[in-house]
Design a protein around this ligand. Structure first.
Ligand SMILES: Nc1ncnc2c1ncn2[C@@H]1O[C@H](COP(=O)(O)OP(=O)(O)OP(=O)(O)O)[C@@H](O)[C@H]1O
Ligand SMILES: [Mg+2]
Length: 234
């Protein structure tokens, strides 16, 4: 493995709906080093979800290249992409997408069960992940008996339990009030500092965006600015 964690160059995704062609992202180039905490900012429709889906191997670009740890993913078939997603990536979605009939611990363990790990190991690691997001004691709780912020923490635990190289999150704070949203960002910060997890998430909330050291701004599908601690990133 070599090179930056993420190296995207000239990514373009155009959606065709009937006769109409809509720009998702155009000519987006971005590198992300391991250990960064980064936000994709931009107004509604600017391409945040589209770019996250491309970087998360949930969608394919019309043109451009993408490498993860120096491995070119363009040539991979669906199985190869699924393997990389499983091994290297964790996802947090805008609405937590937890399984309602499973407990918090089972929701987190699911991410490991599908990899075929032994049940006892899945459970131990899931409890540790829940502890790292501050939810010790709530392992047996079902999602519908939790607050929105707690549910998002379970979703974060599920995303990190497999020790991914990169966690991608699309508007993870959008369904939270501003206080709870700020605490979720505190959690990203803490996990980033203590475990070196790399986070890339999207947000259109200026109060969240201004707290993140690496800020990539999208306007009309293009990367309009990219700064790290207030300085431009080449
Ligand atoms: N499946 C699709 N088919 C057609 N157009 C799409 C599709 N998905 C997104 N688009 C269009 O692509 C552009 C970028 O959308 P995208 O969802 O990436 O924006 P976003 O920044 O995530 O917006 P939001 O903040 O509202 O989530 C928009 O013009 C959108 O209408
Ligand atoms: Mg979006």
């Amino acid at each position: 493995m070599s090179g930056p964690l993420v190296a995207a160059s000239g990514l373009t995704r155009i959606y065709a709906s009937g006769e109409e062609r809509v720009v998702g992202v155009r000519d987006a180039s971005l590198t992300l080093e391991a250990g960064e905490l980064a936000v994709l900012a931009g107004p509604s429709g600017s391409g945040k979800t589209t770019l996250l889906n491309l970087l998360g191997l949930l969608d394919r670009p019309d043109s451009g290249t993408l490498a993860l740890h120096g491995e070119d993913v363009s040539s991979l078939d669906d199985r190869g992409r699924a393997r990389l997603r499983r091994e290297k990536l964790g996802f947090v979605f805008q609405s937590h997408q937890l399984v309602p009939v499973l407990s918090a611990e089972e929701n987190v363990a699911l991410a490991l069960w599908i990899r075929g790990l032994p049940d006892a190991e899945c459970r131990t690691r899931s409890r540790a992940a829940l502890a790292s997001v501050g939810l010790s004691g709530l392992e047996a709780r079902r999602p519908d008996a939790m607050s929105g912020g707690q549910r998002q923490r379970v979703a974060v635990a599920r995303a990190i339990v497999g020790e991914p190289a990169l966690v991608l999150a699309d508007e993870p704070t959008a369904s939270l009030d501003s206080e709870t949203a700020a605490r979720l960002l505190d959690l990203f910060d803490a996990l980033h500092a203590s475990k070196g997890i790399t986070f890339l998430f999207s947000s259109h909330d200026p109060r969240i965006v201004e707290r993140v050291p690496r800020r990539v701004r999208l306007v009309d599908g293009r990367i309009a600015s990219d700064e790290r601690n207030g300085r431009g990133v080449k």
